[in-house]
Design a protein around this ligand. Structure first.
Ligand SMILES: Nc1ncnc2c1ncn2[C@@H]1O[C@H](COP(=O)(O)OP(=O)(O)O)[C@@H](O)[C@H]1O
Ligand SMILES: Nc1ccn([C@H]2C[C@H](O)[C@@H](COP(=O)(O)O)O2)c(=O)n1
Length: 271
């Protein structure tokens, strides 16, 4: 049985616009980026020093929900979306499935060597847009991040031999430029830790057309990268502290776990 339903949360309406330098300020649609002061004066002063920061960014908490494909991130976000003072941003999967009539997500699963760079370039752009969009509530919970796009998905394509070295190099240059020059603040990572088999079962249940070709081994590689990054910490540096929530349980138990962890999660807003 297929159970893919459009997210009731919807995608945040975003203005589209061309980024253009104006002295030290850059306007991208409704986003205003300003050059941060050298040090101090901001909660994340050291991390942001000298970078472009979104205006007013230091007043809001950003929590990223991370986890394997179909681990339950959207379901978790739907639960917290019912809380006042929390704004929820799901991944822009609808855009990845339809950019001007093209489906880079589907193309990537059909032929990763050819289309991996196309999808991941677009993921990087749309995730950057998510990070920089204006925050309307004191706390933002967002699905995944610019960081996992690079450290998990791009890395997995490259390491599995499905992304040519030149494509990986270009994506890495883009990622390094963005993270060197633009502040991408994250206050907490919530890792929904699942077994690859659980994700495989949930993936089949969700039945997203493009994902029907995903074998268990693909989820195992993604799982390993997540574990190396967020649990073993043997891989790349973390952009924020990590809260791990075991997520193999049934829905009712998961909702209970979310409630139990609510204070720890929202504590990110007092940092
Ligand atoms: N705890 C759970 N137990 C069983 N099924 C779940 C659970 N959480 C989510 N699901 C189902 O698994 C599928 C994937 O969940 P979803 O929240 O879309 O994952 P993600 O956003 O991480 O890809 C959906 O069909 C969803 O209804
Ligand atoms: N950088 C990324 C991010 C996501 N994907 C794929 C994986 C899934 O098929 C889909 C959405 O992920 P989910 O929210 O269901 O975990 O997008 C990718 O290929 N690269």
């Amino acid at each position: 049985l297929c159970a893919e339903a459009p997210s009731p949360l919807g995608a945040a309406a975003r203005h589209q616009g061309t980024a253009r330098h104006r002295g030290t300020a850059l306007r991208a649609g409704s986003v205003r980026l300003i050059q941060s002061r050298a040090r101090g004066g901001m909660r994340r002063g050291d991390v942001s020093a000298g970078k472009l920061v979104r205006n007013g960014v230091d007043k809001k908490a950003v929590i990223c929900i991370e986890g394997n494909i179909a681990s339950g991130k959207t379901t978790c976000l739907e639960y917290f979306s019912k809380t006042s003072n929390i704004e929820v941003l799901t991944e822009p999967v609808a855009k990845w499935r339809n950019v001007r009539g093209h489906n880079p997500l589907g193309l990537m699963y059909q032929d990763p060597e050819r289309w991996g760079i196309t999808l991941q370039t677009y993921v990087q752009l749309t995730m950057l847009d998510r990070h920089l969009s204006s925050i309307s509530a004191p706390v933002r919970m967002m699905e995944r991040s610019l960081f996992s796009a690079k450290y998990i998905f791009v890395e997995n394509l490259f390491r599995s031999g499905k992304m040519p070295e030149v494509d990986y190099a270009v994506l890495s240059e883009w990622f390094d430029w963005i993270t060197t020059n633009i502040s991408i603040p994250v206050d907490l990572i919530v890792y929904l830790q699942t077994s690859p088999q659980t994700c495989h079962d949930r993936l089949k249940q969700r039945c997203r057309e493009e994902e029907k070709v995903i074998p268990l081994e693909y989820l195992e590689s993604i799982h390993k990268l997540y574990e190396d990054w967020l649990i073993k910490r043997t891989y790349v540096s973390l952009p924020a502290p990590v809260l791990v929530i075991p997520a193999d349980h049934d829905l009712q138990k998961m909702l209970h776990h979310y409630e139990e962890n609510r204070d720890k999660i929202l504590a990110a807003s007092y940092l």
